[in-house]
Ligand binder design. Structure first.
Ligand SMILES: [Zn+2]
Length: 201
């Protein structure tokens, strides 16, 4: 078990390794970490992107990949699956067979969205266009902030529109954080008022 609460981006290779995806993950998550600090006065501990290999032939799914990584209640694993479209969203601990319930969740980005993060053209990389996603980097940032919100226990806002936990994720970095969301941020052990490591109490 780790001594502090961390967000761990994890690039998952289903084809040849390309360093651009690791560099892209580090850059994108740094932007999101800085956005939370600027916007809320709190942010999370970010680890450098990890990489793991998911062999071709082994069916790739968010659930399958996520459950292959041991449970750790101090760690938000954010999978970035290269070379397969395995969907997105989050799973809570219990849904992954962990002894803790909903927090921390695990999140996933895949397909074309991960190519954009790496500064590559999704279509050239073989990913079909998505109707909800316009291949813009700021949307990737917005979706990462949104999924991390879920991973620490934030629901969608009731009207589904306002704030970064609603459809405002498209508008990154110009999204709002509601009072209710601020409460979650202040209470969550994953967030703290600086980049320094927060020790487990
Ligand atoms: Zn959501």
């Amino acid at each position: 078990m780790k001594e502090s609460y961390i967000v761990q981006p994890t690039v998952v290779w289903t084809k040849d390794r390309n360093q651009a995806y690791v560099d892209g993950a580090d850059a994108a998550f740094t932007v999101v970490r800085d956005w939370f600090l600027e916007k809320s006065g709190h942010t999370f501990n970010l680890e450098p992107a990890d990489a793991m290999y998911w062999p071709p032939g082994k069916p790739a799914s968010f659930y399958g990949i996520a459950t292959s990584i041991p449970c750790d209640e101090n760690e938000i694993i954010y999978l970035l699956v290269v070379g397969a479209d395995v969907g997105g969203g989050t799973y809570g601990g219990k849904a992954l067979g962990c002894p803790y319930s909903t927090v921390p969740g695990r999140a996933c980005g895949s397909g074309g969205s991960v190519a954009v993060m790496a500064g590559l053209d999704p279509e050239e990389e073989g990913f079909p266009p998505q109707p909800w996603f316009h291949n813009e980097l700021h949307e990737i940032h917005g979706s990462i902030a949104h999924e991390i919100g879920h991973c620490v226990g934030m629901p969608h806002p009731e009207d589904r529109l306002t704030t970064f936990m609603g459809s405002q994720w498209h508008l990154f970095p110009d999204q709002a954080i509601s009072d209710a969301e601020m409460k979650v941020i202040r209470k969550s052990p994953f967030f703290h008022p600086s980049f320094g490591k927060r020790r487990k109490s």
